[in-house]
Ligand binder design. Structure first.
Ligand code: FEO
Ligand code: CA
Ligand code: CA
Length: 626
């Protein structure tokens, strides 16, 4: 494959190309176990009875969903295949901030449709490929912290570069476009606007100085030539989903960090590198211009990435902290709640085919006003095991349970999870906790390897439990209820909130669950967040060809799900080519901020290059939208 074609691959395609999984098809029984739509509904009946025990009614939910007239405040919209945004009647939207828009007056006009943004201005403008975001309030000021996950070099680099950096300056340009943007916004009466030169405005990039805490900080695994103490890493990368601490700081989650590292000399990958997809050539050729990214020179540098990193958006001089206690994997997002006794609980997904769902529980409890020191550095990491009988348990990852040293458990959490028999999942994306009851949802976006191949650690991916479909191209959302309504509990019960699918193409398990129909179908749920009224907002990052098994599903979209009735309705459609990712609200709940990543065509400018952007959406009658 040509170099310039590599940048067009998705991150998971890139990983599979560099490190093909063995074709270990030991799943002859899979076809027998793959369930028909009818059989699946039988499964839902079982969910219903289990759910009844839990106090909810999945059976009634899914049967009533079809018959119901929309209970939502909006009229659901149809699919779209164009290069525009669509929202329901009575709602309006505008572009809040695009890649290349200035954060400071000196960067006004920095973006040009012909050449993009210059190196000098690249860390004074909004970053590329917007993703997770959260809203913060400081006095009467409103602040957004927003991830910039990766770059689109063919668009971001000057035309002569052929889609790959040709020199150190171009590497610097790409590094500056990623990471996190903190910016102040002000209510303009029509969806807010960016406050130029606000003291809060800040870019955090692949170069920003950070610290590390927790048991793996200072261990030999994270020491490098530039940082022999192993406590001062530079940069946060592939910032995917987000989280917000209960004390008002931002959590940015490092996902496909592995792709930034490459080797300039022949070397054999270690077992842990293979598990994390580290080796070969880096996606953006960083290693050719900087030793930090060259595995031949700095084999420990990748161990300093793949963490949850905490940023204080209200203090622009603060140093971001990588929390090793929360484990190292391809972090999607970090959903923080509290156990019944006040301990801090963080739910997290590892987005790769056949990887796991984790939770972190702090040693100490916390209440508002108390010090927060140590809450994200002293605790226990657990991994989820889902049983076929719709129960599950959190397995602690400790030296006793894994036979590994604590620092190794945290740096190589995937391998620790394998040792205790965690359940291989269909690519865990965002986790969202229902604010109205003790219940947690995780989007399992899709998994073409389910029932076909093992994961990178050799763990089988059998069909069953919360991953009930072989070659799962549509995805599903699993939810669990902690035992005793306590996020600190070791046990839980689970069911599937929805199985995405296509009921016009299939009449079997690939048609999806009963709450999926011709009018609301979608594939590949990814971003998720609850609004304060207890509605689940679902964002998709899937196949938007509108053809074949995806016919009738249109562009990527954002839907709203009712946890009680199971009803799901389409709220927004994205421009073709884009995924919808990242969702947060204005402090009064009247404006939703929505991320539009990697749009195609010329969106939103209509000329020049497509630009990822955060849009603002609001109700024209001034009511809250969730
Ligand atoms: Fe960055 Fe798993 O999405
Ligand atoms: Ca995602
Ligand atoms: Ca995704």
């Amino acid at each position: 494959m040509k170099k310039q074609d590599i940048v067009n691959l998705s991150w998971d395609e890139f990983d599979e190309m560099r490190d093909p999984r063995p074709d270990a098809n030991g799943f002859d029984a899979v076809v027998e176990r793959a369930i028909s739509r009818r059989g699946f509904l039988g499964g839902v009946l079982a969910f219903g009875s289990a759910a009844a025990v839990m106090g909810s009614g999945v059976l009634s939910s899914t049967t009533s969903a079809k018959a119901q007239v929309s209970a939502f405040a909006f009229e659901p919209i149809g699919i779209a295949t164009d290069h525009d945004i669509h929202v329901p009647k009575g709602y309006a939207w505008k572009t809040l901030v695009r890649w290349g828009d200035p954060l400071f007056k000196e960067a006004e006009g920095a973006y040009s449709p012909e050449t993009g943004v210059s190196v000098d201005m690249s860390d004074k403008v909004f970053g590329e490929n917007t993703d997770g975001m959260e809203t913060f309030v400081d006095g009467d000021k409103t602040i957004l912290a927003i991830n910039s996950e990766y770059v689109n070099p063919k668009i971001n680099l000057p035309a002569a570069s052929e889609g790959m950096p040709q020199n150190a300056d171009e590497v610097r340009l790409l590094k500056n476009m990623q990471g996190v943007t903190v910016l102040e916004i002000a209510d303009s009466g029509d969806g807010y606007e960016v406050v130029l030169d606000s003291p809060y405005n800040r870019r955090i990039t692949h170069e920003t100085q950070m610290t590390m805490d927790g048991p793996a900080a200072g261990s030999d695994l994270v020491k490098t030539n530039a940082d022999p103490e192993g406590v001062s890493p530079k940069g946060t990368m592939n910032n995917c989903g987000s989280g917000k601490t209960l004390w008002g700081t931002y959590l940015t989650c490092e996902e496909n960090f592995n792709g930034y590292f490459g080797a300039t000399a022949e070397r054999e990958a270690t077992e842990s590198e293979k598990r994390y997809g580290i080796g070969g050539e880096g996606r953006y050729a960083y290693e050719k211009f900087e030793e930090r990214f060259d595995l031949s020179k700095e084999p420990n540098e990748p161990n300093r990435h793949g963490w949850v990193t905490e940023i204080d958006p209200r203090d622009p001089s603060s140093t971001p902290v990588k929390h090793t206690a929360l484990g190292r994997f391809k972090h999607e997002n970090a959903e923080m709640v509290q156990a019944a006794d006040g301990r801090i609980v963080v739910y997290m997904g590892d987005d790769e085919r056949g990887e796991f769902i984790y939770k972190y529980v702090s040693d100490k409890s916390w209440a508002e006003g108390q010090p927060t020191d140590g809450l994200l550095s002293n605790g226990t990491l657990y991994v989820a095991k889902f049983n076929d009988d719709m129960t599950g348990e959190w397995l602690p990852l400790t030296p006793e349970s894994t036979g590994m040293e604590l620092a190794d458990i945290l740096v190589f959490s995937r391998m620790a999870g394998s040792k205790v028999g965690a359940t291989t999942m269909d690519r865990p994306e965002w986790v969202a906790a229902n604010p109205l009851r003790v219940e947690v949802y995780c989007a399992l976006t899709n998994n073409k390897n389910r029932g076909v191949k093992a994961n990178a650690g050799g763990d089988e991916q059998p069909v069953g439990g919360p991953n009930p479909r072989e070659t799962n191209n549509y995805g599903q959302i699993v939810r669990w209820r902690p035992a005793g309504e306590d996020h600190g509990a070791d046990g839980f019960t689970w069911d599937l909130y929805v199985m995405a699918g296509n009921p016009t193409v299939y009449d079997n398990v690939y048609a999806g669950s009963e709450n999926v129909n011709e009018g609301n179908m979608f594939n590949s749920p990814d971003g998720m967040a609850f609004s304060s009224d207890g509605m689940l907002w679902i964002q998709t990052d899937g196949d938007d060809s509108n053809e074949g098994e995806f016919a009738g599903q249109g562009n990527n979209q954002m839907l709203v799900g009712n946890p009680d009735t199971g009803e799901i309705a389409r709220f927004l459609t994205a421009p073709n080519g884009a995924e919808v990712t990242g969702l947060s609200w204005s402090p009064d709940g009247k404006v939703a901020f929505v991320g539009i990543q990697h749009p195609g065509g010329n969106w939103p400018d209509g000329n020049g290059k497509p630009r990822s952007a955060v849009i603002a959406v609001w109700r024209e009658d001034g009511q809250a939208i969730g």
